[in-house]
Design a binder for this molecule. Structure first.
Ligand code: BGP
Length: 466
């Protein structure tokens, strides 16, 4: 018996900077990723989104492929500087028209759009004025959100404000591997607070429109498992849960920071500095659904040693160093784990466990799995992209999802990452995720992979055949 509700959506996801290209065309302003990736040595092999996979010019071809696949919903993000080149103020009508045409083309093919307003490509103009460290960016975000509601709200029902705060704030302000490349925890916490404020203001603004739809937030879902049952490793795991999970979910879903941690950050660094009314704003504007991006779990150990953040961006197995914070916790390799070439542990059970953890802590919030997928170097055999490991990965995760639904979770859709091979922020084009292959030697020609046909059948059978 299939556990997928009748109106469950089978989708796929992408993000603007990773697919669109046309980074300075038709009046678009530059984003922080355009500027950052043009600095030598910031990304893998100095890849940038100037062209990406040229979805800006080829979206009709891409949507035709989605339609043929039977896709029911497409999660994409809007590039803020394409609509508002300076971040606020003057509107770039050519940019507005691009997404309007995209939405029309999706709907004409019975594909429900799901919009992410912020998938990391902040207008550089706003970064120059302080970026997320400045509260004015939250105000600008609401202006941008209102513009999107006004122009697309007649056709789009599903909206998410932000994608993965932990990633763009954590890497932007703690490890420094994303723009604006800062290494300062106090500044990270304050910038993060402004994101929460921006989110709540945008939810409030959404509810003041007459859009018949729902608005949510997208977070990383990353379960933590202690390396051993020692008191130290268990305590480190609890800390990882508090810092990596509760800090990023509680303000959105409970409308409050986790108390103990808040007390500590304020004692240590005097942040977050809140304005009167901020907590009421968060409390009164909790979202309609939560989007979960699930790829892997982390195994956690106590960390008496140094802070380290060495990641694997090359796809050479076991090239990742440790990631950890001195005195708090570190993520270590699970000796029994099965890993991808980028050292991400493949652990489907974590999807069931993570969803049930969300349900236990936050109640019956509707859930969409907004990302899930395998980054791999796909084999080409006789001209065909035979991505069996991706099919296995997705199949195991759909099993895990079905189990969570059978256990009572309200999961309403599944959006594998990604519809098409695209540019990974720090891992270039080598790390492929798509159902559709892009041939960089043949003018970015599209080609259906084995997983494309497999997912087509999953969708057609509403998850029965997989
Ligand atoms: C998520 C991001 C996506 C995508 C994905 C895969 O964190 O929301 O934009 O990049 O991870 O990550 P990577 O490209 O690093 O493999």
């Amino acid at each position: 018996m299939a556990a997928f509700p009748d109106n469950f959506l089978w989708g796929a996801a992408t993000a603007a900077w990773q697919v669109e290209g046309a980074h300075d065309e038709d009046g678009k302003g530059l984003s922080i990723w355009d500027v950052f990736s043009h600095q030598p040595g910031t990304t893998y092999q100095d890849t940038n989104g100037d062209v990406a996979v040229d979805h800006y010019h080829r979206f009709r071809e891409d949507i035709a492929l989605m339609a043929e696949m039977g896709l029911q919903s497409y999660r994409f993000s809007i590039s803020w500087p394409r609509l508002l080149p300076a971040g606020r103020g003057e509107v770039n009508e050519a940019g507005v028209a691009f997404y309007s045409d995209l939405i029309d083309a999706l709907l004409a093919n019975n594909i429900e759009p799901m919009i992410t307003l912020y998938h990391w490509d902040l207008p550089q103009a706003l970064q120059d004025e302080g970026g997320w460290e400045s509260r004015a960016t939250a105000t600008a975000f609401v202006e941008y959100a209102r513009l999107c509601y006004a122009r697309y709200g007649d056709r789009v029902k599903r909206w998410a404000t932000f994608n993965e705060t932990i990633v763009f704030i954590g890497h932007g302000y703690i490890t420094g591997s994303h723009p604006p490349s800062v290494n300062n925890t106090a500044r990270a916490i304050q910038a993060c607070h402004h994101v929460f404020v921006a989110h709540a203001l945008a939810v409030q603004a959404f509810r003041n429109t007459d859009i018949q739809g729902e608005i949510g937030f997208v977070n990383v879902l990353q379960p933590h498992t202690p390396l051993t049952q020692s008191a130290e490793d268990i305590a480190a795991t609890e800390l990882a849960d508090a810092i990596h999970t509760h800090w990023f979910y509680d303000p959105i879903l409970k409308g409050a920071y986790p108390e103990e941690l808040l007390e500590q950050t304020q004692r240590l660094w005097g942040v977050p500095q809140c304005e009167p009314g901020d907590m009421a704003l968060l409390r009164d504007n909790r979202c309609d659904f939560i989007g979960l991006n699930y790829y892997r779990r982390e195994t956690v150990a106590a960390n008496p040693g140094e802070t380290s953040t060495q990641a694997n961006h090359s796809g050479e197995r076991q090239s990742a160093g440790e990631f950890g914070f001195k005195g708090l916790f570190k993520f270590v390799r699970n000796p029994q784990g099965v890993y991808t070439d980028w050292d991400w542990e493949i652990w489907p059970q974590g999807l069931t466990d993570g969803i049930m953890m969300i349900k236990a802590r936050y109640g019956d919030i509707p859930i969409y799995i907004t990302e899930n997928g395998l980054g791999a170097k796909d084999p080409i055999v006789d001209g065909e992209v035979v991505d069996d490991p991706r099919i296995d990965y997705l199949r195991m995760h759909i099993d895990a999802l079905e189990n969570a639904i059978a256990m009572g979770a309200d999961v309403r859709g599944y959006y594998p990452w990604s519809f098409i091979d695209l540019l990974s922020w720090l891992n270039g084009y080598k790390k492929q995720y798509g159902f559709v292959y892009v041939d960089h030697t043949q003018n970015l020609a599209r080609k259906r992979k084995k997983s494309y046909y497999w997912y087509q059948n999953v969708i057609a059978s509403h998850g029965e055949q997989r």
